[in-house]
Design a protein around this ligand. Sequence first.
Ligand code: NAP
Length: 523
Amino acid sequence: MSNYLHNYLSGEWQAQADAANLLRDPVTGEHIASTGGRATGLEAGFEFARSKGAAALQAMTYGERAAMLDQVLKVLQANRDAYYDISLANSGTTKADSAVDIEGGCFTLGYYAKLGASLGDARTLLDGTPAIYSKDKLFQAQHILTPARGVALFINAFNFPSWGLWEKAAPALLSGVPVIVKPATVTAWLTHRMVADVIAAGILPAGALSIVCGSSAGLLDQLRPFDVLSFTGSADTAVAIRSHDAVARHSVRTNIEADSLNCSMLGPDAVPGSASFDAYVNELVREMSTKSGQRCTATRRALVPSSVYGEVAEAVSARLAQIKVGNPRNEEVRMGSLVSREQYDNVQAGIRKLASEAKTLYDGSSQPLVDADPAVAACVSPTLFGVQDADQAALVHDHEVFGPVSTLLGYRDTAHALELAHRGLGSLVASAFSEDAAWLATTAQALAASHGRVHTVTPEVAKTQTGHGNVMPGSIHGGPGRAGGGEELGGLRALAFYHRRSAIQGSAQTLENLSATAKAWTV
Ligand code: NAP
C-alpha cells in the first residue's frame, strides 16, 4: 500500500510509520490508503503552530488573510477533479453527493474570503460602542476582539471530509488562528489531499495548517489555555472530549457538533397535491437520499397532520422506489454507499431498532443493488418508517440512524407538532412547509427554542430555497442540547469563537486611539 497519509506537523511531512489503519473503497472493499497510529511529534507540532503559525498569521491584517483564503480557494478549484475521484473511491458517493462536500467547502471558503476583505487593514475588531462610566464622559469602556493566541484543533466526522475542514478553517484562518485538523480516519484521504495541495502551493505561512491522520491518541493532551477545540462527531465521543483532563483543566474553549434528530413539519393547511404538500414530499426524499442520509442535518422525523399521513406515506414511498442504489460509478445510480461496512452495520442495527416500534412504510432493500455486491458494499436502500399516532413512539426521538432512514409521525394540531419537535431535545434544524406565512412565522419562533436553524418554505420560495439540510455560511450551524450546544458559521459571528473578547477601560482619548485602527464587528 503506497498511498500512505503522512502527518504534517512543525512545517514538515512526518516519516511513515507502520500502517495502523487501512482505508477502503466502501463499494468494492478494495484498500485505497493507509495511515499510521498514534502520531509522534505532537508536542513540538502544537508549539510550532502556536509560535510560528499564529505569529505569522496575526502579523497580517484581516484583508491580507482574506486574500490568502481566496488563493487557497483557487488551489482547490485547480485540483477539483482529483477530489471527485477521491470522494468516489473513499466515500462511495455519486458526483452530485461529492459536490455537496467539495463545492460546499469551496463555497464556504469563497464566502469568508469575500467577507474578510470587508474588514480591510484592521487587526482588531470592535464589539459594540463605548459604555460611559463618568459624569464628565471621559472614562469609558470599549469591548474588543483580538485573535486567540493558541491553535484551533479540529476533530472532524467522516461524512464531510472537505466541507468539515473548510467551514471551520476559513473563519479560523481569517481570524489569524492556526489550524490542526484530525479528520475521521475512515474518509481521511480527501482532507489529506486538500491539505497537501494547499501546503504545496506555499500560500500559508509555516505552522498555519497541520494535519494528523489515523489516531486521535494524545491530541487532546496537547491543549493549552488559549487553544480552541472544535469537535464534530457522535455524542458519546463528545462526552469523552468534554471531560478530558486538559480541556477541563485549561478551560479550553470547545465547540461541539453532535447527533441531531432534525424534523420537518408539514403545515396543518396541507392538502394532497397542493404546492406545499409537493414541496414537502420532494424535500423529504432529497433529505433521505442525499449522501445516503449521512448528513448531520438530515430529516429524521417527518411530522405531518394525521389527516394526510396516508397520502404523504404513499407519495414519499413512490418517489423512494425510483431511487437506484449501488455503485456510484454506474450513471444510473442515484444513491451510492455509506462510508464503511461498519457504518452499514450501525445503520442496519438502527433500522432494526426503529422497526421495533414503527411500521415500515417503505423498504427499498428488496430492490437489487446496481453493480455492487451486497455482501461487500456498504450500500443501504432507503427505509421510511411511520407511526400514525405519534404519541406511541419514543425511540424515534432518541435514536439517530445515520443513513437513508426517516420516520413519518402523525400530529393532531400545531401544539402537538411542536411538542413532538421539542422531543428531539435540541436539534440542528427544523423545517416547516405551508402556504400560511403567518402560521410559519409563529411556528418558527416556537421551534427556535430547541433548534439552531428553522427553515420555512412557502410555495413562492419552493424553487429558490436553499434546502432543509444545506448549511449556508451566512446562517449559524449548531444546535442546543443533544446537538452539542455548538455554534459555527453565521457570517462574521463565526469569528467570535477564534477571538478573545476583552473590555478595555480608559480615557475617551485612549479608546479613540484604539478604535482608529480597529474595525467594527457588525454581524
Ligand atoms: P465519532 O466516532 O465520534 O468520531 C468523530 C471524530 O472523533 C473522528 O475524527 C474520530 O477519530 C475522533 N475520535 C474518536 N474517539 C475520540 C476520542 N476518544 N478522542 C478524540 N477524538 C476521538 O463520530 P463519527 O462516527 O465519525 O461521526 C458520526 C456522527 O457525527 C453522527 O452521529 C453525526 O450525528 C455526527 N455529526 C454531526 C455533525 C454536526 O454538525 N452536528 C456533522 C457530522 C456528523 P477516528 O475516526 O480516528 O476514530
